[in-house]
Design a protein around this ligand. Structure first.
Ligand SMILES: [Zn+2]
Length: 334
């Protein structure tokens, strides 16, 4: 195995590890109150070089005075001067990628990817979402926790997460941002960063249509599907653990249950969730996958309501749907 392969494997293992903490973040953070992290702001400043913005008309300087930075400036400046990079995202206002000098390389990768990521997600989901948002890269665990409003965050467990202010159903969420952890750039390849950006951005896009407590196999599977959509990643690259188990004759018996997304087998469970949504997209088409998301994510579901919705949208109840997915898995792994 080459050094590159080993690095890729390490990255994948870590990618699985960050997912173990992701459920709590993407679902739990939306209900946390703003301003809960005041103590974290007392952490000592980190010695980072000041970004020079000598040219009055430079895009960087303009971005550094963007009013949207107000949401994160107070959380980030205690950790050093911030810099912001504009990213064109279609016909709307530019999005902003914000970080410190030490994350310059990650900022560049993310800024370059925001346009294509936004276009791909909009093609799948539609354009009615906050496409001109904030993507933030933390420089150390304390800053990461502050940006996520999650003081109990275990550093190293999470690569990135999507955050929103608390909001009432039927209204547009505010305060949405994607936050990358301090290790993301070091532990992930640029392709890995791009994939995680698309995953988290999909949570931002679908947030207004997503009720807390909706089935995780759908929420995380859809984000994973959107993350890999059009990237020509092979089944075994996206789902290495699932692929190995299928080759060994071990197929998942059921759709993944919510607690499994934070359990010890979470990496494989995320892969299964991806495969369910990939199966729906390939078999019924992407518009039907989106229709299924909108129906299932609109509320907490029981096995009975899930069965009804699957029957209405896809014409197959839960048992029949699960059997068809398992048959698709068998064919994919053959
Ligand atoms: Zn997710």
């Amino acid at each position: 195995m080459s050094t590159a392969d080993q690095a890729l494997r390490r990255a994948r293992r870590w990618c699985g590890a960050r997912r173990r903490g992701q459920f709590a973040l993407t679902v739990g953070l939306v209900t946390l109150l703003t301003g809960a992290c005041g103590a974290l702001l007392l952490a000592p400043n980190w010695a980072l070089p000041t970004i020079r913005a000598d040219q009055p008309s430079s895009p960087q300087r303009q971005a550094n005075s963007d009013p949207r930075l107000q949401a994160v400036r107070g959380l980030m400046e205690p950790f050093g001067p911030i810099t912001a990079v504009r990213a064109a995202v279609g016909d709307g206002p530019d999005a902003l990628v914000v970080g410190h000098a030490a994350q310059r390389a990650e900022l560049a990768v993310l800024a370059a990817e925001l346009g294509p990521a936004t276009a791909s997600i909009s093609e799948l989901w539609g354009t009615q979402w906050a496409r001109s948002g904030l993507v933030v890269v933390a420089s150390n665990p304390s800053e990461f926790a502050a940006l996520l409003r999650s003081p109990g965050l275990v550093p190293g467990e999470v690569a990135a997460a999507a955050v929103a202010d608390p909001f009432a159903a039927g209204t547009q969420p505010t305060g949405q941002r994607v936050v990358f952890g301090p290790d993301a750039g070091r532990r992930l390849s640029p392709d890995g960063l791009r994939t995680i950006l698309r995953h988290e951005l999909t949570h931002v896009a679908t947030r207004a249509a997503t009720v807390d407590g909706a089935p995780q196999w759908l929420l995380e599977g859809f984000a994973e599907y959107a993350a890999h959509r059009g990237a020509r990643h092979r089944f075994a690259e996206i789902a290495p653990t699932l692929s190995a188990r299928l080759r060994a004759g071990a197929s998942p018996a059921e759709l993944p249950a919510d607690p499994a997304f934070t359990g010890p087998d979470a990496a494989a469970v995320y892969e299964q969730a991806w495969s369910v949504c990939a199966f729906v997209a390939e078999t019924y088409g992407e518009p039907r996958l989106v229709q299924l998301y909108r129906a299932l994510a609109a509320g907490k579901q029981t096995p009975d309501t899930e069965d009804d919705i699957l029957r209405t949208v896809l014409g197959a109840g839960r048992t029949e749907f699960t059997a068809a997915w398992r048959a698709w898995l068998g064919a994919e792994s053959a």
